[in-house]
Design a protein around this ligand. Structure first.
Ligand SMILES: Cc1cc2nc3c(=O)[nH]c(=O)nc-3n(C[C@H](O)[C@H](O)[C@H](O)COP(=O)(O)OP(=O)(O)OC[C@H]3O[C@@H](n4cnc5c(N)ncnc54)[C@H](O)[C@@H]3O)c2cc1C
Ligand code: FES
Length: 331
């Protein structure tokens, strides 16, 4: 895993909406590592004496002098950061990580689709792309609950105004009467807002239920799988409930302890369910923090950060790996 660990100093903090805040950071020790627009970092913080790590996309673009993260207050770590991380504060970060960026992916005429805080990689990519190709033909459809929930609303409107190639639309569940796109994103809206959808590459990011619904829509509309690139912020859907007798065994090499694992359950979920502690940050197969060594038949849902040699040697990401038989595990 080629990532950097660094201490960041918070140099600015701004409320974007009633429950979303952006923090800007400089590196305590000097320069910030190079980053591709759309990549994320993991932030490390201690809550009640326990280390907690989460992944956050950099909403800044690579041209910016500082890093920025934009975080919705939804749970344990995000709430703690909202309460405690102030200007002048320091925080440990690892990264940047991730393959969700336009630099390596096809980007001639992108269609960006996001919901809620899933706007963060889109915002970074949009600004980065326009810095390099000011005339770029980009469609951007963002979904939010209400006008008050739209992150970067003013900046987005100003950017679209300054770049005629950018066409953006806000799909709002609750909106003033004059708003044209009300409800949840639907196939009809997609066809109207991006009539040339099938000739574009689509970049999709948001909470898991939004991702599932939009993926189904895009497939039904005929978008080839190779033209869809996505990153989910939520945990994967819970696996189908299996009967307790229908399980395999995970054997922990160091202690010899045996832990039950159900079909479809990740190695990480099985370990945590049995009270074991394992380092994990993004829980989405992006950062490599939960890297472990396995023997047995496994199925990897993500191979990010793993080399060909790792795959040959049974190295896996516990947060994104399921068992297909009994497995021995070292970490
Ligand atoms: C690659 C990656 C990039 C991410 N980038 C961002 C980002 O730029 N901004 C951001 O706010 N979050 C981002 N997240 C989500 C973030 O890592 C945390 O999962 C989130 O802050 C919730 O953690 P918590 O400890 O506060 O909540 P927990 O107590 O761990 O969980 C609370 C619940 O919130 C749900 N949840 C998680 N994220 C969201 C969300 N964004 N909106 C609504 N519900 C959510 C979870 O499914 C869970 O049920 C990203 C996640 C990944 C994997
Ligand atoms: S916790 Fe990040 S890859 Fe598993």
């Amino acid at each position: 895993m080629s990532s950097t660990s660094l201490t960041l100093t918070c140099i600015a903090r701004r409320a974007d909406t009633h429950d979303v805040t952006s923090w800007q950071f400089a590196s305590l020790t000097g320069d910030l590592p190079a980053v591709l627009a759309g990549q994320c970092i993991t932030l490390h913080t201690e809550i009640d004496g326990k280390l907690q790590c989460r992944a956050y996309t950099l909403s800044s673009s690579p041209q910016d002098a500082c890093w920025q993260v934009t975080i919705k207050d939804v749970g344990l770590v995000s709430h703690h950061l909202h309460q405690s991380l102030q200007v002048g504060g320091e925080i440990r970060a690892d990264g940047p990580f991730g393959d969700f960026h336009l630099t390596a992916l096809p980007c001639e005429r992108p269609l960006l689709l996001s919901a809620g805080s899933g706007i963060t990689p889109m915002w970074a990519m949009l600004r980065d792309e326009l810095a390099r190709r000011p005339e770029a033909d980009i469609r951007f459809i963002h979904s939010a609950r209400s006008p008050e929930d739209v992150i970067f609303a003013g900046e987005l409107a100003a950017l679209a105004e300054a770049h005629p190639g950018v066409r953006h639309a806000l799909v709002l569940e609750q909106a003033p009467a004059a708003h044209p796109w009300v409800g949840r994103l639907s196939p009809d809206m997609l066809k109207e807002l991006a009539p040339d959808l099938l000739s574009r590459h689509v970049y999709l990011c948001g909470p898991a239920p939004y991702m599932t619904a939009v993926c189904t829509m895009l497939t039904a509309l005929g978008l080839p799988a190779g033209q869809l690139h996505q990153e989910s912020f939520g945990l994967p859907e819970a696996p189908p409930v299996a009967t307790d007798s229908n399980h395999f065994w995970l054997t922990l090499k160091k202690s010899g302890k045996k832990v039950k694992i159900l079909p479809g359950q990740t190695l990480l979920a099985a370990l945590e369910g049995a009270g074991e502690t394992m380092m994990a940050a993004c829980r989405a197969g992006v950062c490599g923090a939960c890297r472990c060594s396995t023997t047995g038949i496994i199925e990897r849902q993500s191979v990010m950060t793993l080399s060909a040699q790792d795959l040959e040697n049974g190295v896996a990401l516990a947060c994104s790996c399921t068992a297909k038989g009994d497995v021995s595990l070292d970490y």
